[in-house]
Design a binder for this molecule. Structure first.
Ligand SMILES: *Cc1c(COP(=O)(O)O)cnc(C)c1O
Length: 489
């Protein structure tokens, strides 16, 4: 499978790259992204043949259909990481919550959030490619909470890759901070920044774009790469669980093979939803993909009106912080797929320069044939958490945003798969507040009160964090970031 560029070619980049090249240098001409030239078609037989396949065999066969240029032994080693999830036989349980509402739980990996689904295998693939080429890579990450722990976890002690991860000191939950600062490995550096997430993110962008920084790295023979979801190496692993979740519904007798379903996705950078879109294009019977947002509802506006508008808008902090995003990177790959490179480049350029763009009526109709969208504010989210808990299911605030889309965006009474992106342990103060009304609890107190209310245990992997030694102690001024990273290298 070859990859082509969403904004066309500038004459400096190759016209087409392989999967491994798209992973190692994910940024294409004009600041665009790499997208598959054509998607494999799985077809009805593929689904019927995989009715009894376990997650890893299904994953192996979907990757084979993509025909990626990665050795089978590396793929097998990468997929073996799903054996470290709670249930190696089924790393992604799908749970019935109501008559036609099923929750696909994507958080049974080591950091208890959905980033593990892709970053776990991606870490093996990237490290193996770096070793084969005899090259050293630095992965830079800025995180508001979930990407950081998942990137550190997947790359720790891996050969030829180092990670420098920046987080806003005081801007993450206790659990998320502890997951990062207790990571102890020589190839990892965690840096707390005196500032907010935007400060960490701008520092990252400055370094990624800085020629002098790149030059200093080259003197040390180190290349720079990124592990966020613009990297197709993450997206490919996010097509698999959509197929798996559908087959689970068939296995559970909820639908017959071929019946259509809704996919309902809590969205930020649109990587999860893009995986669903590709699965649909590869033949998965999907009626529509419902895009759930919080008050940072640029995607709701785009899908309902055709306008993407960042003018007079700032990120609003919410109780679903992993979705507090205004520039949702992966929607670009949908625009490219539907409208082509020339149009995508014009739209993205307008967004960069004028901070808005608008689709034509015809383009909007094509988008709406695939997606529907709604957003949910924090108060509504809390009500959904409470209501669903009364029905016997505990969900996190990101997952809760999907309930509004489930109620408002379906035009047919079809079974709906809601994607759950975080375990309750990661956002416990919000959940405790929703369930009991208590305000301002620390993470550990909130964990205890939820565990008592739900009559469940706090998983050892989370409770153990509070007594683990702190290995990463840097908290620095944002001006000192570059020097701190160079010192680490
Ligand atoms: C990253 C994340 C999301 C958003 O996923 P995208 O693929 O960026 O749309 C939603 N919920 C949680 C908990 C996350 O960590």
């Amino acid at each position: 499978m070859n990859f082509i560029e969403t904004r066309g070619n500038d004459g400096q980049h190759p016209l087409m790259v392989s999967f491994s090249e798209a992973i190692l240098s994910p940024i294409a001409s004009f600041g665009g992204l790499y997208s598959p030239e054509a998607l494999p078609v799985l077809g009805g037989d593929f689904f019927a043949d995989h009715m009894d396949a376990d997650y890893k065999s299904l994953a192996r066969d979907i990757l084979a259909a993509f025909d990626v240029d990665i050795e089978q032994a590396v793929i097998d080693e990468a997929l073996a990481l799903y054996d470290r999830f709670d249930d190696p036989a089924n790393p992604v349980p799908v749970v019935k919550v109501r008559e036609d509402l099923y929750v696909s739980e994507l958080w049974h990996g080591p950091t208890r959030a959905f980033k593990d689904m892709a970053l776990q295998p991606f870490g093996t693939v990237l490290s193996s490619l770096a070793q084969q080429r005899g090259e050293e890579y630095l992965i830079l990450a800025a995180t508001s909470g979930d990407t950081g722990p998942a990137a550190l976890e997947t790359f720790k002690n891996r050969a030829n890759v180092r990670v420098a991860c920046m987080y806003p000191d005081g801007g993450t939950s206790d659990v998320q901070r502890l997951q990062m600062v207790t990571e102890d490995a020589a190839n990892l550096k965690v840096i707390g920044i005196k500032g907010d997430f935007d400060d960490a993110q701008s520092a990252l962008k400055r370094l990624l774009g800085s020629d002098t920084f790149r030059q200093k790295l080259r003197e040390k023979q180190i290349y720079l790469s990124a592990a966020n979801s613009v990297n197709f190496g993450r997206i490919i692993f996010q097509t698999i669980y959509h197929v798996h979740s559908y087959l689970e519904l068939v296995r559970q007798g909820a639908i017959a093979l071929g019946d259509k379903v809704y996919l309902d996705v809590p969205s930020g950078n649109f990587g999860n939803a893009l995986g669903g879109y590709y699965a649909m294009k590869m033949g998965l019977p999907v009626a529509k993909i419902l895009i759930a947002s919080n008050r940072n509802n640029v995607l709701t506006q785009l899908i309902n009106t055709g306008r993407y508008d960042l003018r007079n808008r700032d990120v609003v902090p919410t109780t679903s912080p992993a979705m507090d995003i205004l520039k949702s990177s992966n929607i670009e790959r949908v625009l490219f797929d539907l409208f082509g490179a020339e149009r995508t480049r014009a739209l993205m350029q307008q967004l960069d320069e004028e901070r808005h763009y608008e689709l034509s009526a015809d383009e909007l109709a094509r988008l709406q044939a695939i997606f529907a969208a709604d957003f949910c504010d924090d108060e509504e989210g809390k009500r959904y958490i409470k209501q669903t808990f009364a029905d016997g299911y505990l969900m996190d605030p990101h997952t809760a945003t999907c309930l509004k889309a489930y109620e408002n965006c379906r035009s047919e009474p079809l079974k709906t798969i809601v994607y759950s992106t975080a375990e309750w342990t990661k956002f416990s103060p919000v959940i405790a507040n929703a369930l009991t009304g208590e305000e301002g609890a620390s993470d550990i107190d909130a964990l205890k009160s939820i565990a008592a209310a739900a009559k469940i245990e706090i998983p050892a992997i989370i409770s153990g964090l509070f007594s683990k030694p702190i290995a990463q102690k840097s908290v620095i001024d944002k001006r000192d970031i570059e020097q701190a990273i160079l010192d680490f290298l």
